[in-house]
Design a binder for this molecule. Structure first.
Ligand code: HEM
Length: 396
C-alpha cells in the first residue's frame, strides 16, 4: 500500500527518524518522484542508488550553484553562502577552490591528525566518565568534532566549542536557545573569528593546517582570507560526524549481537563497523541539485529550473546494490555506501578524517566504558538538514 509521502516533514523526522517505508515504496514504484511541498515549489525525489550517483556525477546538467545544495535555499539570487561555500559552486570555480582545500586532506595530514584525535577523544571521554551519567550528544559527540576543528585551526578547543555550539540545527528543538537575530549575530561571530584566524596565521604561521591553507600556493594560486573564512564557517556547520556518533551508539544499543561482535575484536571490526553505521544511519538526509536543462530520467521529464533532491539514506538501503539492506551488519564488506555523496565532484572532502574520528571515538569509548548503556528516551532534532539524535541519556 502506498504510504503518504512527505520525505521532509520535520515533525515526522523528529518523531520517527528517516521515513524508511516511504523510501522503500518510492524505490520500488516511483524512483524519480515529483514531491509536492506545502510551502514550496516541489522537487524531484531521487531514491535509488544508480540514479543518485548519475545525478551527482553530472554537474553540467545538475547544478550545485544555481540555488545551492540545501533544501531551504531556493531563491537563485540569494541563498546562504552563495558564491562562497565550496558545496554551492560549480565548474572551474569549484575545481579551483576544492583543489586548494584538498591539500589539507591528504594521507600525510591524516597521519598527523590521527594521534591528536585520539588524545582529544580520551580527554573528552575521561571528563564524561567522571560524571557517571549524562547526555552522550552534548558531552561527547558534539565535542570531538569541535576538538578536531580546533586542532586543524591551531586554536583553543574551548573557543571552537563555543562557536560550534551556535550552529542553528543543533537547536532545532529548542526555541529558547536563540532567536533568529541571535543566530545571525552568532553567524557573524563565526565569520569574524574565521577572519581573525586567517590574519593571525598569515602573520605568524605555525605548524597547523590553517597556516598551511592560508600561506601555501598551488601553481601560483592560494586561498584568499575570505575563501579561508567561508571554509572555516563550512567546517563549523558540518554536522555529519557528531550525528553519526550518536546514531552509531544507538544502533549498537539496539543490536546487542553486533555490539558483542565488535567488543570481541574492536581493532579487527572497527573499520567495517564505522562504514555500516554510516550506511545504516544516513546522517545527511538529502542534498539538492537544480536542473539547468530539460532532461528525462526513468521516463520522467525534469524541466530546467526544477529542484532535484538526492536521498542518500534511501540509496544506502537499495535492494539492487546491498544484500539484506535492512540488516545492520558491522562486518559488511564491501560496503559502497553513498553517505559521503554519489562519487561526483562534490564527494565529501573530509570522508577519511570523519571515518578516523568516528572509529577512534568508538574504539576509546568501548575500551574505557565497556558497560555504557542507555539511560532513558532519546530525542531527535526537528530538522531535515541532518538526521540527528539531539539528546541521548546514557550511563557511562
Ligand atoms: C560522517 C560525517 C560526514 C558526512 C556524512 C558528510 C557528508 C557529506 C556529503 C554528502 C557531501 C556532498 C555534498 C554534495 O554533494 O552536495 C559532503 C561534502 C563535503 N564535506 Fe562532508 N561529511 C562528513 C564529514 C566531513 C568532515 C569531518 C569534513 C571536514 C573536516 C567534511 C568536509 C566536506 C567538504 C569540504 C565538502 C564539500 C566538497 C565539495 O563541495 O567539493 N565533511 N560531505
Amino acid at each position: 500500500m502506498k504510504p503518504e509521502i512527505n520525505l521532509i516533514d520535520v515533525e515526522y523526522l523528529a518523531k520517527h527518524g528517516h521515513p524508511w517505508d516511504q523510501y522503500e515504496w518510492l524505490r520500488a514504484n516511483a524512483p524519480v518522484f515529483w514531491h509536492e511541498e506545502e510551502n514550496g515549489p516541489g522537487f524531484w525525489a531521487i531514491t535509488k542508488y544508480v540514479d543518485l550517483c548519475a545525478v551527482s556525477q553530472n554537474p553540467k546538467v545538475f547544478s550545485s550553484s544555481v540555488t545551492g545544495p540545501l533544501i531551504q535555499d531556493r531563491d537563485p539570487s540569494f541563498f546562504f553562502g552563495k558564491d562562497s561555500m565550496v558545496f554551492a559552486m560549480d565548474g572551474p570555480q569549484h575545481e579551483r577552490y576544492r583543489k586548494l582545500l584538498a591539500r589539507g586532506f591528504t594521507p600525510e595530514t591524516l597521519a598527523v591528525l590521527r594521534p591528536r584525535i585520539r588524545e582529544i577523544a580520551i580527554e573528552i571521554l575521561t571528563e564524561a566518565r567522571q560524571k557517571g551519567t549524562g547526555d552522550f550528544v552534548s558531552e561527547i559527540a558534539l565535542r570531538l568534532p569541535a576538538g578536531l576543528i580546533a586542532e586543524m585551526m591551531g586554536m583553543p578547543r574551548q573557543e571552537l566549542e563555543h562557536l560550534t555550539d551556535l550552529v542553528p540545527s543543533r537547536h532545532a528543538n529548542d526555541d529558547t536557545v536563540a532567536s533568529p537575530d541571535e543566530m545571525m549575530s552568532s553567524f557573524m561571530e563565526q565569520l569574524t573569528y574565521g577572519q581573525s584566524i586567517a590574519e593571525i596565521k598569515h602573520k605568524s604561521p605555525e605548524n597547523d593546517l590553517a597556516s598551511f591553507w592560508v600561506n601555501s600556493e598551488v601553481d601560483g594560486d592560494r586561498l584568499t582570507a575570505e575563501e579561508f573564512t567561508w571554509f572555516f564557517v563550512f567546517l563549523l556547520m558540518e554536522e555529519g560526524a557528531r550525528v553519526a556518533m550518536a546514531s552509531g551508539l544507538q544502533l549498537l544499543f539496539d543490536h546487542p549481537d553486533q555490539l558483542k561482535i565488535l567488543m570481541s575484536d574492536i581493532d579487527g571490526h572497527i573499520e567495517t563497523a564505522v562504514d555500516e553505521i554510516l550506511r545504516f544511519s544516513g546522517p545527511v538526509p538529502c542534498f539538492k541539485r537544480t536542473a539547468v536543462e530539460d532532461v528525462t530520467m526513468r521516463g520522467q521529464n525534469i524541466k530546467a529550473g526544477d529542484s532535484v533532491m538526492l536521498f542518500y539514506a534511501s540509496a544506502n538501503r537499495d535492494e539492487d546494490i546491498f544484500e539484506n539492506p535492512n540488516t545492520f551488519d558491522i562486518t559488511r564488506n564491501p560496503n559502497p555506501h553513498v553517505t559521503f555523496g554519489g562519487f561526483g565532484p562534490h564527494e565529501c572532502l573530509g570522508k577519511h578524517v570523519a571515518r578516523v574520528e568516528i572509529a577512534v571515538m568508538f574504539k576509546e569509548l568501548l575500551t574505557m566504558m565497556p558497560n555504557i548503556t542507555s539511560n532513558g528516551e532519546i530525542e531527535r532534532a526537528k530538522t531535515n538538514l541532518v538526521a540527528a539524535i539531539s539528546y541521548m541519556p546514557v550511563k557511562y
